[in-house]
Design a protein around this ligand. Sequence first.
Ligand SMILES: CC(C)(COP(=O)(O)OP(=O)(O)OC[C@H]1O[C@@H](n2cnc3c(N)ncnc32)[C@H](O)[C@@H]1OP(=O)(O)O)[C@@H](O)C(=O)NCCC(=O)NCCS
Length: 166
Amino acid sequence: MEYRLVREEDAFAYLEFFRTVVSETDNLACSAKEAAAMTVEDEQAFIRNTNGSGSFSIVAAADDGICGSCDIRIQGRERLRHRAEMGIAVRREYWGTGVAQYLLEEAIAEAKSRRISIISLTVRSDNKRAVAFYKRNGFELSGVLRMLFCIDGKYYDGEQYELLLK
Ligand SMILES: CC(C)(COP(=O)(O)OP(=O)(O)OC[C@H]1O[C@@H](n2cnc3c(N)ncnc32)[C@H](O)[C@@H]1OP(=O)(O)O)[C@@H](O)C(=O)NCCC(=O)NCCS
C-alpha cells in the first residue's frame, strides 16, 4: 500500500473508490445518486482545484486501485486559513486493518507541515465506529449539529469534533 497525495492522473481510480465507499455506507454526505452522476472530468477538476488551493487529499493506493482517502480542506480567507475540515473513508474490506489509522497520521503530518493549527470534522452521531476512531486519535467533541443529514425524509443529528495541532 502506498500513502501519498492524490494526483490528477488518479481521477478515474479516485472516482471509482468514491462511488464504492458511498455505496457501502450512509455515513457520508454524498448520496450514491450524486456520486453516480459525477464524471472523470469532474473528478479531475476537483483534484486540480483542491491541489491548487492549499487543500489536499492523502490516498491509500494499491495496485488494483484506491482503498482509502483522507481529505483536508482549508478555507480561502486569510483569517481562517489555519483551520481545516477533514473527511476520511476507506473501503469496507479495509476497515479494522490500520489503513484509516495510517491515512490519518499521514494527513496530520502533512497538515502540520502546512502550518494548519486545527482540524475539525462533522460526523453522524450514530456513526459509533467513526466516533471511536476519532476519539482514539485525540479528537474532542466541540459541538452538536442537529438535523445534519436528511436521508429518505429522516433526519440524523451530527457532532463536530476537533483536533488541535499545536
Ligand atoms: C470511519 C473509518 C475511516 C474508521 O476506520 P476503521 O478502519 O473502521 O477504524 P478502526 O478499526 O481503526 O477503529 C474503529 C473503532 O471503532 C470501534 N468500533 C467498531 N464497531 C463499533 C461499534 N459498532 N460501536 C462502537 N465502536 C465500534 C473499534 O473497536 C475501534 O475502536 P478501538 O480502536 O477503540 O477499539 C471507516 O470505518 C470508514 O471508512 N467508514 C465509512 C466512512 C465513514 O463513516 N467516514 C467517517 C465520516 S465522518
